[in-house]
Ligand binder design. Sequence first.
Ligand SMILES: C[S@@+](CC[C@H](N)C(=O)[O-])C[C@H]1O[C@@H](n2cnc3c(N)ncnc32)[C@H](O)[C@@H]1O
Length: 146
Amino acid sequence: MLDETGKPEFWEAAFSEKQEMWGFDPANSAVLTKDFFIAHGVKNILIPGIGYGRNAQIFRDNDISVTGIEISATAIELARKQYGSDMIIYHGSVTDMPFEDRSYDGIFCYALIHLLDSDERQKLIRNCYNQLSPGSYMIFTTISNC
Ligand SMILES: C[S@@+](CC[C@H](N)C(=O)[O-])C[C@H]1O[C@@H](n2cnc3c(N)ncnc32)[C@H](O)[C@@H]1O
């Protein structure tokens, strides 16, 4: 995607230059969330801001199906190269959610929400909540200076 000046959007430029910049191991939060989701019978999840999918595979390895949303086309290509093409990843901004009419047992959103402004954060949380099945869970991680 291009920004308002016609240049590649920040994350598109970052993934084009640095490729799989955080390696392929899942973040510790993804490991802990996987255990929580298994314990609570979660079977399908949405990962907004999925990047190149490093946090997706640990869920898929445990029979939890994953759908992603990602703004960078290059990150989606990297995910397809590494993990195959059977995982749905919607190309677009989370500000344009929902991308489909379905609900999820769980949402795992790692290191995205702090990148958004205040209005966009509220919208992301509301849009994620609206895609949850009754009695399901959403987990966000963020960077904070508190
Ligand atoms: C700090 S990275 C974390 C990536 C991934 N969650 C991980 O941990 O490997 C933030 C991710 O969110 C994506 N992103 C940023 N703004 C977005 C937006 N408005 N809509 C969808 N994805 C976005 C970026 O392209 C990037 O993949």
